[in-house]
Design a protein around this ligand. Structure first.
Ligand code: NAP
Length: 254
């Protein structure tokens, strides 16, 4: 039996769990940070909540006799990734990173790449007055002092203070359509979009809408991936890696 831990919280992680469900010789457990009130759950066993840092994760891997870890967390979940690298290195457990590619600027786009949310906040006042903020509820405090700007913030759960003074919150979960994003941006007369370079299909619609409306997009660069760790960009490639590279037992279709 090959025991796989998938660090999740993403569409890819759910699709990987679904792709491996029911295969002979595999037991898969997915983990979620446990922060979203009604998370979309993957099929199969789910561990909810953190592990207690790299030491806690290493102990958990040993206790559960985990043979391989797939880090399929969001590209901005840098602490979890660092913890996975440290714990698996110490425990001698193979680690694969499944990380969807970042977004690419195309003709007609006006993207301003910034290294951090704080850098994004610094740039906003010179770009306009009405901001569509799609960087997640926990990013809002970074923008809390920008009293001269109005914000439309979209998140899955309600944000907590400190919050910008002029703020409308839209509780919503993707996927979104280009038509819907266009209507939303027009209705609120936003003149810029702020996003993280999350990549993936689920949330690209806002970028196409911004292009169509000629709006500047402030886009936060991803944290760099860890050095020297096997990495793939698709669920199919992760399954193939598990089939061939996870040690002598491998992963076999049932
Ligand atoms: P983070 O800052 O890298 O992680 C903070 C701590 O939360 C980790 O040290 C770990 O606690 C726990 N944790 C994070 N992901 C976990 C997982 N999949 N399973 C178990 N524990 C986890 O992560 P984050 O940016 O807050 O993201 C939290 C979750 O939301 C992740 O699962 C991520 O895939 C998902 N997500 C994040 C974003 C984003 O923009 N950051 C967007 C969409 C989805 P311990 O140290 O106690 O183990």
């Amino acid at each position: 039996m090959l025991n796989i831990l998938v660090l999740g919280g993403t569409d890819e992680a759910r699709r990987l769990a679904a792709a491996l469900a029911g295969r002979d010789g595999i037991h898969l457990v997915s983990s979620l940070a446990g922060r979203v009130r009604n998370p979309k759950l993957p099929v199969g066993e789910v561990h909810e909540g953190g592990f207690g840092g790299p030491e806690g994760l290493a102990a958990w891997l040993a206790e559960r006799r985990i043979d391989v870890v797939v880090d399929a967390t969001h590209p901005f979940a840098a602490r979890m990734t660092a913890s996975a690298v440290e714990a698996t290195t110490g425990a001698g457990v193979p680690l694969l990173i499944l990380r969807r590619p970042g977004w690419q600027e195309g003709p007609g786009d006006d993207w301003r790449w910034v290294p951090s949310l704080a850098a994004a906040a610094e740039l906003l006042p010179e770009l306009g007055e009405r901001v569509f903020l799609s960087t997640g509820r926990r990013s809002l405090p970074v923008f809390a002092d920008l009293d001269g700007l109005w914000f439309l913030a979209r998140s899955v759960d309600s944000p907590e203070p400190p919050l910008p003074r002029h703020l409308e919150v839209l509780l919503s979960r993707g996927p979104f359509t280009v038509e819907g994003e266009l209507a939303l941006m027009r209705e609120h007369r936003v003149d810029m979009l702020v996003t993280k370079d999350s990549g993936g299909e689920m949330t690209t619609a806002k970028l196409f809408a911004a292009r169509e409306l000629g709006l500047p997009v402030v886009i936060v660069r991803r944290p760099p991936p860890p050095d020297g760790v096997a990495a793939v960009e698709t669920v199919e490639a992760a399954v193939a890696w598990l089939e061939t590279a996870a040690g002598p037992e491998g992963v076999h279709a049932g």
